[in-house]
Design a protein around this ligand. Structure first.
Ligand SMILES: [Zn+2]
Length: 418
């Protein structure tokens, strides 16, 4: 028996070492951020490289990630220039594609400043950005060669931070950073309290709580006024209400500044706290979650927006938004919404046999089905359950499908190898 355990130990250890070596042979433990701009209107767009920026420590997966889901509007891909091997890739969303679907975009052009992050490659590499156009069609919108030996790289200076939660585990951690917006230097104590409160919500909510021993949570402290940018607004990262003319929709058009602040610590997920009593927030897959912190509904708002940013979940509610969700013959990209054109790609295998699809709203005996209404429309889009945190702020739970998708994301990001 002892022999079996010894053998098992060697196999497990060699797997860990293999994963580490795989990462260490391609990367150094630093973060590389690439900034780029998109100038666009509803029909045309031009994408330009802006800069490379590095910081100490890499806060994401410590293994080669050669495939990703496509829950976001875009994905980035880092590959080795010589062998073409894909080394790191992830799907993400931001405001650009939403804005392009608004009425405003038919009348004006505007510039969006975006960023992607990756572990620092040791060798000459190629970074590509793809945009999801329709169905599974992806358009290459930017290609940039990165050569660590001759690229011009800006160094990001770390800002003061505090550690809210530190994992005892050395492998498979998920790193979160909480950033302050509209806090003055004198409100540092309030910010730390607010950040600890949000960390607590995360650590006590299912299914995140199952993985809290793998979490590192950092908070970057508010800056002195003299260190703020010369912007006339008191905002450090340009978060504004009324984004895309939706009052409660708070978002920023300055992603590089958000990532720049986050780069003070190792991070994979960014949470921005807006110091106000008003109500609002947003969540963009693998980009950031933001929320007003002093509102009585901010806990449910956080868990809703974080569902978008962490797991790529879609909104399960109906209602008016200024951006349009295109009617399409293919499935929506969100894993918790379907138009039933290819339900087997979604959660059909988790529906109990005999459940009517679409599922009538008056059936109280069914937990998972396909209920009509979601993705901002009452017709043609279906959600898994009657209610869910992704549908209503009054729901105190994620439906079974959203729960499962969050759990899968947690499993992937706490893995020590792919
Ligand atoms: Zn749900």
């Amino acid at each position: 028996m002892k022999k079996i355990y010894t053998l098992l130990y060697i196999v497990l250890l060699s797997n860990v070492l293999y994963a580490q070596n795989d990462f260490n042979s391609w990367f150094v433990d630093k973060t590389l951020r690439m900034d780029y701009s998109v100038i666009c209107d509803s029909g045309n767009e031009e994408t330009m490289f802006n800069s490379f920026n590095e910081s100490d420590y890499w806060g994401g997966e410590k293994f080669v990630v050669d495939s990703c889901d496509h829950y976001g509007d875009y994905y980035m891909e880092l590959s080795d220039a010589l062998s073409k091997k894909i080394l790191y890739t992830y799907s993400y969303s931001n405001l650009t594609k939403e804005w392009q679907s608004t009425e405003m975009a038919t009348q004006e052009r505007r510039q969006f400043r975006e960023s992607v992050i990756m572990p620092m490659p040791k060798k000459k590499s190629v970074i590509k950005i793809y945009k999801q156009d329709s169905c599974d069609v992806y358009t290459l919108i930017l290609t940039k060669v990165f050569n660590p030996f001759d690229a011009k790289i800006n160094y990001v200076n770390a800002k003061p931070y505090t550690t809210i939660l530190k994992s005892n585990e050395t492998e498979g951690n998920i790193n979160f950073v909480i950033l302050p917006e509209k806090y003055s230097e004198n409100e540092s104590e309030k910010f730390e309290k607010d950040a600890a409160m949000v960390a607590k919500w995360l650590c006590e909510t299912e299914p995140y709580n199952e993985y809290k021993n793998k979490f590192n949570i950092y908070a970057v402290l508010p800056e002195k006024p003299a260190q703020l940018t010369r912007s006339l607004t008191p905002s450090q990262m340009d978060f504004k209400f009324n984004t895309l003319n939706i009052e409660r929709y708070i978002a920023s058009f300055n992603i590089p500044q958000i990532f720049n602040n986050a780069q003070s610590v190792p991070f994979r997920h960014i949470i921005v706290l807006i110091n106000t009593y008003e109500y609002g927030g947003s969540g963009f897959y693998n980009t950031y979650t933001c929320l007003c912190i002093d509102n009585e509904d901010c806990r449910s708002l956080f868990l809703h927006e974080f569902g978008h940013a962490f797991a790529g979940l879609g909104d399960e509610y109906e209602g008016d938004v200024t951006y349009k969700v295109k009617k399409s013959n293919c499935e929506p990209r969100y894993p918790n919404l379907t138009n039933l054109t290819n339900f087997s790609q979604k959660w059909e295998n988790l529906v109990t046999e005999g459940t009517p699809i679409p599922t009538p709203i008056n059936r109280t005996d069914i937990e998972i089905g396909a209920y009509e209404g979601g993705g901002y429309t009452t017709k043609g889009i279906y959600r898994p359950s009657k209610n869910c945190r992704m549908r209503s702020k009054d729901a105190s739970y994620y439906c079974k499908i959203c729960y499962k998708i969050i759990e899968e994301t947690l499993q992937k990001q706490t893995a020590t190898k792919k």
